[in-house]
Design a protein around this ligand. Structure first.
Ligand code: ADP
Ligand code: TMP
Ligand code: MG
Ligand code: ZN
Length: 188
């Protein structure tokens, strides 16, 4: 089967696309499920939710080797044919060999952020993409100029967040904006 990776900045449609692809498989009578990191409790613990309100049931798993083992045991226990993973950037790189191995006999679709708010690469997303059979690279609309956005700006009080702020900060429109490479302001 295949390993597919959906990459892009925030608001680029990764979660919506993941839901669409997994839902189609379920209509085709294949057994699919979506996993997401337990730390992302933005809208729901038991569902993935897109910025435009699409929702789909999900298994919340911790972002540690215990969570990675949990994915493996649910896949085997439930006999899944299709495995979706949202927010893959939050998992340690140890998830990469698992998903790569599962893709020999199943369809694995993972989505993740390309870059942190500092425009550093998210290692897990990029290591997974390098092993993928197919990569969908999505863009959002730059909120400043309307061009295609490839970066995510984190704002605190309307100003770019300083580079010392933690890499992980779960949030939505109140603190993040998709921007193109010209409008993105690197943190000072
Ligand atoms: P992701 O998981 O990549 O953050 P979602 O699938 O959750 O993306 O949300 C994508 C939706 O976000 C779009 O369909 C659109 O309705 C909404 N959206 C809000 N702001 C923007 C923007 N600046 N550019 C593109 N889509 C946006
Ligand atoms: P999204 O890609 O589905 O919009 O979700 C991305 C999540 O990642 C959101 O909760 C904000 C978070 N995030 C970080 O923790 N650090 C970052 O550097 C960026 C850009 C986003
Ligand atoms: Mg998403
Ligand atoms: Zn722009």
């Amino acid at each position: 089967m295949t390993l597919e990776v959906i990459i892009g900045p925030m608001f680029s449609g990764k979660t919506s696309e993941l839901i669409r692809l997994v839902e189609r498989e379920v209509y085709a009578k294949r057994k699919g499920a979506i996993f997401k990191p337990a730390l992302d409790r933005r809208y729901s613990v038991k569902e993935v939710v897109s910025h435009n309100g699409l929702r789909y049931d999900a298994h919340s798993v911790v972002t540690s080797s215990r969570g990675i083992r949990k994915i493996s045991s649910v896949v085997d226990g439930d006999g899944l044919d299709v495995i979706g993973v949202d927010e893959v950037q939050f998992f340690p790189t140890g998830v990469v060999p698992l998903l790569d191995r599962l893709a020999f006999s199943r369809r694995v679709i993972a989505c993740g952020l390309n870059l942190t708010f500092k425009a550093d690469t998210f290692e897990t997303t990029m290591k997974l993409a390098a092993r993928a059979d197919r990569v969908r690279y999505l863009s959002a609309v730059c909120v400043v100029c309307g061009q295609e956005a490839s970066r995510t700006q984190r704002l605190i009080g309307g100003e770019p967040a300083p580079k010392e702020s933690p890499v992980i900060a779960v949030g939505g429109k109140e603190m993040y904006e998709p921007r193109c490479r010209n409008c993105y302001e690197p943190p000072a």
